[in-house]
Design a protein around this ligand. Structure first.
Ligand SMILES: [Zn+2]
Length: 288
């Protein structure tokens, strides 16, 4: 089937009241685990790649070519979008050129005027190529590739200004945080989410920092227009935990347990389990 824009899958999710999972990838194992699970669950899926992860995998072209080839070789038939996560303007252009089917241009750290100007340019570029575009208003808390925020909340009026440019889906801070949530976290700000949803003319909304948000808050957010939920940290945590257990049990010292295909298998299976649980929670199972 190849890669598809995320616009169709998210418009459908918005209308039907579920969310599509965006799962960040770091390497071949991550990609394989997520693609196989999406196929098994008959769910659409978005593979997210941060600029840091793209650099780690030696570039956007390598990532795009690996994902496209893997979709073909695994006979994946569910819709798959390859999406740049938190892209800079330059990064977005490079990802588009390399063959990504979706990009996020994150202009949230600019003034609203500059964010509007650059997002508008990016709408024009992506639209004629049929590539979906995510924009962001207001910083989302936590750390993403070295950028730290504090559980910030977006201004609904600014959200409307960015949504009106014609972006396909919009990330707005509603008290969500990247990484692990602190003990004293106040929870999602549903008042702001409701205001943003009402004012942005049916633009699907994106919830970043999906790891550790309680199930009832996730469900409520989906009922209020959140159609894409980003999951990154949780896959990292379970991968590390499963790998640590394997080594602590001394399994790498038994037989050919040191073989990377064996060593990385428990972590890969743990990612599959998280992806499956998220797809069930988000309601995207059998929505391919
Ligand atoms: Zn994010």
């Amino acid at each position: 089937m190849g890669l598809v824009s995320a616009k169709g899958m998210l418009d459908k999710a918005f209308k039907e009241g579920y969310a599509v999972g965006h799962f960040n990838i770091n390497n071949l194992e991550w990609t394989k685990a997520i693609l196989l699970t999406a196929q098994e669950m008959n769910s659409p899926v978005i593979l997210g790649v941060s600029e840091g992860a793209a650099k780690y995998m030696t570039g956007y072209i390598v990532v795009a070519d690996m994902v496209k080839a893997m979709v073909d070789s695994l006979n994946i038939t569910v819709p798959v979008a390859l999406h740049l996560d938190h892209g800079s303007y330059e990064g977005a252009l490079k990802a588009i050129e390399a063959g990504f089917s979706s990009v996020m241009f994150d202009g949230s750290h600019y003034s609203i005027e500059e964010n509007i100007k650059l997002t508008k340019e990016m709408v024009e570029r992506t639209r004629k190529l049929g590539i979906s575009l995510e924009a962001e208003v207001g910083a989302i808390g936590g750390e993403e590739d070295g950028v730290v925020g504090g559980g910030e909340v977006a201004d609904p009026k600014e959200c409307k200004m960015i949504a009106d440019l014609g972006v396909d889906f919009l990330a707005a801070g509603i008290g969500n945080i990247h990484g692990k949530y602190p003990e004293n976290w106040q929870g999602l700000n549903f008042e702001v989410l409701d205001a943003v949803n009402k004012i942005t003319n049916e633009t699907p909304l994106v919830l970043h920092g999906g790891t550790g948000i309680p199930v009832d808050m996730i469900k409520k957010a989906i009922s209020m227009g959140v159609s894409k939920i980003n999951v990154n940290t949780e896959c990292q945590l379970v991968f590390a935990e499963a790998t640590r257990k394997y080594i602590e049990a001394g399994k790498d010292l038994m037989g050919k347990g040191f073989d990377p295909r064996k060593l990385l298998a428990p972590g890969t299976d743990a990612i599959k389990q998280v992806v499956k649980e998220k797809m069930e929670l988000f309601g995207s199972v059998n929505k391919a």
